[in-house]
Write a protein that binds this ligand. Structure first.
Ligand code: ADP
Ligand code: ASP
Ligand code: MG
Length: 412
């Protein structure tokens, strides 16, 4: 008998019929003698609907109240799934995040989990219940409802699996595993049997929304066995999905590149003609950081005649705010001009195999050059290379890179 935590995403619980399917899948795991905790998302589209509703009432919704509202999506699903389980003779009990006591900090709309009281869940499991928990939400010390950021149900599931020391955490979604790239963009994308935590962490942080990045961080930190699977496959005919592994578990020779991630949520700002002197980066980025804007890539050009250009990227939603800050400090820092572009995108190739291979970057750049795609910025780490390009080339870039690195071929 194993203790399994399963998470079902929005599409998987998107209609009463799908919720009944989830109940049947959960029942099949129970029938094999396993204890099951189910973490669910809101029905697909619901969180977006709730946020849009809030914006109709208040242009910049108050974060605490937005969380009260957004958390209702998951509360609907736990009720419905518990009923569906009972309807087929499975004992079930639902909990909101606050009822479990998923304690978080008070950073509304992007709260972090501090601790999980697993007492209620354990007691119910021991009494033979399936425990159904609302993902995406928690409660802070003051008792206010919090949410964990978009896609946060993944993190709820992995954190609960860690707290319970579960044997496996299964993320059921609308694709049957982690692919070499988003299969919606490249139909030739292949499901990976395994991917290392490090690679998954990069893929998630570079834009692959199949897992929320914090869920991968949790899994790595607490060594949770994590698997991505499809909830849409016929019961009894499911594939193995993708197992996230620790690198030392992998015996086979790694391919150089494991996957391609992309992020449309990027905008670039450039400060032209600033004096090339110590402290200039701080003078530009200090005010941006103080406004809580996340800066991603940064480049400073080689100076000419005592002046230089400085570019950086921010999330698209923060573009206008960042531009306004730069316009404000422009004369103070002695800049000639401020320019911006919010039609850019970041494409990244990821793979632990890069460590032991040379020429990966040049192959990436050549592949893009052959298609006439101009690279605007570059950043690298040990296991990834990211480039910023014009948004209009995104799909082309991902497709040609996927082919150039043989990601459509099953590794020998
Ligand atoms: P859920 O609602 O189940 O949490 P998400 O929409 O958050 O599902 O994540 C699943 C989606 O992630 C897929 O439908 C797919 O389009 C997208 N995706 C992006 N990159 C990848 C990838 N490398 N492998 C698989 N899916 C990916
Ligand atoms: N319902 C939340 C969202 O749409 C959380 C999740 O689905 O993981 O972001
Ligand atoms: Mg998701």
């Amino acid at each position: 008998m194993a203790l399994i935590v399963q998470k079902y995403g929005g599409t998987s619980v998107g209609s009463p019929e799908r919720i009944k399917n989830v109940a049947r899948r959960v029942a099949s795991w129970r029938a094999k003698g396993h204890q099951v905790v189910v973490v669910v998302s809101a029905m697909s589209g619901e969180t977006n609907r709730l946020i849009a509703l809030a914006r109709e009432v208040q242009a910049q919704p108050a974060p605490r109240e937005l969380d009260v509202l957004a958390a209702t999506g998951e509360q609907v699903t736990i009720g419905l799934l518990s009923m569906a389980l009972m309807d087929i003779g499975v004992k079930a009990r639902s909990y909101t995040g606050g009822q479990v006591r998923v304690l978080t900090d008070s950073a509304f709309t992007k709260a972090r989990i501090v601790s999980i009281d697993e007492g209620n869940i354990r007691r119910d499991l021991n009494e033979g219940h399936v425990v159904v928990v609302a993902g995406f939400q928690g409660v802070d010390e003051a008792g206010s409802i919090t949410t964990l950021g978009r896609g946060g149900s993944d993190t709820s599931a992995v954190a609960i699996a860690a707290a319970l020391k579960a044997d496996e955490c299964q993320i059921y979604t609308d694709v049957d595993g982690v692919y070499t790239t988003d299969p919606r963009i490249v139909p030739e994308a292949r499901r990976l049997e395994t991917i290392t935590f490090e690679e998954m962490l990069e893929m998630a942080s570079l834009g692959s929304k199949v897992l929320q990045i914090r869920s991968v961080e949790f899994a790595g930190k607490y060594k949770v066995k994590l698997r991505v699977l499809s909830s849409l496959e016929e019961l009894g005919k499911e594939g193995p999905g993708t197992l996230i592994t620790f690198e030392e578990d992998i015996k086979m020779e790694q391919p150089t590149i494991s996957g391609i991630a992309f992020n449309r949520d990027e905008a670039k700002l450039t400060v032209l003609g600033v004096p090339d002197r110590p402290g200039i980066a701080y003078q530009i980025l200090g005010p941006v950081a103080e406004s809580n804007i996340d800066v991603d890539m940064i480049i400073q050009n080689v100076g000419h005649d005592g002046s230089t250009d400085f570019s950086f990227t921010v999330p698209r939603g923060e573009f206008a705010k960042a531009m306004a800050i730069l316009e404000q400090i422009k004369s103070h820092i002695g800049a000639r001009e401020i320019t911006g572009d919010n039609k850019i995108t970041k494409v990244s190739i990821v793979g632990v195999g890069m460590r032991s291979h040379v020429g990966i970057a040049s192959k990436m750049f050549r592949t893009l050059a052959e298609e006439g795609i101009n690279i605007r910025m570059i950043s690298t780490s040990e296991i990834k290379i990211s480039v910023v390009i014009d948004e209009k080339y995104l799909e082309l870039a991902v497709r040609v890179l996927h082919k150039a690195f043989d990601l459509d071929q099953v590794p020998a």
